[in-house]
Design a protein around this ligand. Structure first.
Ligand SMILES: Nc1nc2c(ncn2[C@@H]2O[C@H](COP(=O)(O)OP(=O)(O)OP(=O)(O)O)[C@@H](O)[C@H]2O)c(=O)[nH]1
Ligand SMILES: [K+]
Ligand SMILES: [Mg+2]
Length: 401
């Protein structure tokens, strides 16, 4: 019996042999499904085998993973932008052997940056510490793919493939497909648009390949077989990625110009010469898509040192939730100052969408909230906008009873 790695090789070889045209589309689609199944099997043990030095606690408002070939300057970057951490940097490859966390303080947010060992071609199949490294990347909110300015394009292509083989999709949207397994009733397939890369026959064959006989599917966009398989497998993570081309001190102006024109997601720098690092951080911040909300107590100025960090598009409901889980149920209304407010302040409800640097003062039903706290004997951790002394005293008592 061939092992999974051999099976993957066989399928890959068959795909390479098969010409891409209308007549082979169906066959290729099935091979893709097969390949995806094997790769998922290959990933299973990696999830449980936790590599030594790779289980780093999540901390801060967001987590970024530094992914790149050996010696592209990942550790040098970490040392440059994070305070109070040092990760060994040297001219030889595989200097870093475990996951080294650093803390970047930027725009009042706390961003965890993880320095990782370099990965090489074949990482997804277990070469070096590739699987552990990619496992850490899966847990991040953003991938910082660090590339050597001179070999950037080829490195980018190879690493993207390695991450894809471990079910990570970079800068891609989740396909607009509804999929639900069912116990009976056969395959119920609905398409709300014309499909040019996939037909019903192929959809059904792919489902058979995964031994799915009963399910409901609604395809709402003109997706490819790959995208359809992504939804069926349900283990894909969709992450934003910033491609950082380092060591631009080795490039000519023409080469540099080409990279900068390349793509929205590209940014260049030289860690060694301290060139463009500020802009890298600004791009990183934008990619993380975070907003800062400042809580304000009645009758006093907002606390500008410690914002509540939320995702772009967050509402007052998210804001309340981040202060206390039970707050939403007792919520009455909030006052908002800032970009999202039509008046100064605007009186808003839970569904109001916030924007970066808004100031919020919220009001809730103290009695209801108190009875909850007494009932649960819970301590109120951080109600930033509550300055009701009565509530504070009560909370104090509850927590020490
Ligand atoms: N020319 C140049 N060299 C750099 C730059 N940034 C880092 N280096 C050098 O590149 C070498 C590798 O740097 P590291 O930070 O150890 O690279 P790494 O990606 O962490 O390497 P591994 O941990 O081995 O994967 C060191 O000798 C650095 O001094 C840069 O902007 N320009
Ligand atoms: K190195
Ligand atoms: Mg390193």
């Amino acid at each position: 019996m061939p092992g999974i790695l051999e099976k993957i090789k066989e399928v890959e070889a068959e795909m390479a042999r098969t010409q891409k045209n209308k007549a082979t589309e169906h066959h290729l689609g099935l091979l893709k499904a097969k390949l995806s199944k094997f790769r998922t099997e290959l990933m299973e043990p990696a999830k449980t085998v936790k590599g030594e030095g790779f289980d780093v606690m999540k901390s801060g408002d967001a987590r970024c993973a530094l992914i790149g070939f050996p010696s592209v300057g990942k550790s040098s970057f970490l040392n440059k932008v994070c305070t109070g951490t040092h990760s060994a940097e040297a001219s030889y490859e595989f200097t870093t052997l475990t996951c080294i966390p650093g803390l970047l303080q930027y725009k009042d947010a706390r961003i965890q940056i993880l320095d990782l060992p370099g990965i090489i071609e074949g990482a997804s199949k277990g070469k070096g510490k590739g699987r552990q490294v990619i496992g850490v990347a899966r847990s991040a909110d953003l991938v910082i793919m660090m590339l050597d300015g001179v070999r950037g394009e080829i490195q980018k292509k190879l690493l993207t493939k390695e991450l894809e083989d471990c079910a990570i999709r970079l800068n891609q949207k989740q396909p607009d497909i509804y999929f639900k397994r069912q116990k009976s009733g056969g395959v119920k397939l609905t398409m709300t648009c014309r499909l040019t890369q996939l037909d019903e026959k192929l959809v059904r064959s792919i489902l058979q390949q995964f031994k799915i006989h009963h399910c409901e599917i609604i395809i709402r966009e003109d997706c490819s077989a790959d995208q359809f398989i992504d939804v069926i497998e349900a283990n894909r993570v969709y992450l934003p990625c910033l491609y950082v081309y380092n060591k631009i001190d080795n490039l000519t102006i023409e080469e540099l110009d080409e990279i900068c024109r390349g793509q929205d997601h590209n940014v260049v720098c030289s860690v060694k010469l301290n060139l463009n690092i500020d802009f890298v951080l600004e791009r990183l911040w934008n990619k993380l898509n975070m907003i800062r909300i400042y809580a304000k107590k009645k009758g006093s100025a907002p606390d500008l040192n410690e914002p509540v960090i939320l995702r772009n598009g967050a509402t007052i409901e998210h804001f309340c939730h981040s202060i206390h889980r039970e707050m939403v149920a007792k919520f009455r209304y909030a006052l908002v100052w800032g970009r999202s407010a039509k008046h100064r302040p605007q009186h808003v409800g839970l569904q109001h969408v916030l924007e970066d640097e808004d100031v919020v003062q919220h009001f809730f039903n103290h009695n209801k909230f108190l009875s909850y706290l007494i009932f649960k004997k819970k301590k109120l951790h951080s109600c930033a906008s509550c300055n009701d002394q009565f509530l504070k005293n009560y909370t104090y008592k509850i927590s020490f009873n």
